[in-house]
Design a protein around this ligand. Structure first.
Ligand SMILES: [Mg+2]
Length: 175
């Protein structure tokens, strides 16, 4: 049960994940959560670091696709400024959105990775879809109220994970 929430890697910020490291892992496309992973409600345009990372991925020929549980209307508005493709209503922690996006790209499970700030949705969805995952720290701590009970649960799950997998820790790069 617990291993359903275990991320493959833990990197504090999405933009610390280098295209070179992704390529070394055989990863050809990156799926990402939107809220608190790429953008925060107080900075909907994305930081300069995010934009630089998007450009790096683009140069490396690695597509970045938003996989979100939000509605098309909400995501469309949010990603308009970032100009990213997206999958709406992805039903995380279920695998549907990830698998749909992966099949659209014609890639194998080993060739995509899911990046997100929540174990209970993003990481669980990646594990259900049999792909690797990268947990990042939420961009800001003060969340929209809807995700607060989730955050509370996250803490407990993280504690259990770290007890069971003492090697699990934040790292600078994918290793
Ligand atoms: Mg999120």
């Amino acid at each position: 049960m617990l291993e359903m929430f275990k991320p493959t890697w833990m990197v504090e910020r999405a933009y610390e994940i280098s295209p070179a490291a992704l390529k070394r892992q055989g990863i050809r496309a990156v799926f990402s959560d939107l809220d608190n992973t790429l953008i925060a409600w107080n900075n909907p345009n994305g930081t300069p670091e995010l934009r630089a990372w998007m450009e790096e991925l683009h140069q490396a020929g690695i597509p970045l696709i938003v996989v979100s549980n939000n509605s098309r209307a909400r995501i469309g508005k949010a990603v308009q400024k970032l100009d990213l493709p997206y999958v709406a209503r992805s039903l995380k922690p279920l695998s549907f959105g990830i698998t749909r996006a992966r099949k659209k790209l014609g890639l194998a499970t080993s060739e995509v990775v899911m990046v997100g700030d929540q174990l209970l949705t993003d990481v669980a969805a990646a594990n259900h879809a049999h792909i690797r995952s990268i947990l990042v720290k939420p961009l800001i701590e003060t969340d929209k109220w809807v995700t607060r009970p989730n955050r509370f649960m996250e803490k407990f799950v993280m504690q259990d994970l770290q007890k069971q997998y003492p090697d699990m820790d934040w790292q600078e790069e994918l290793k």
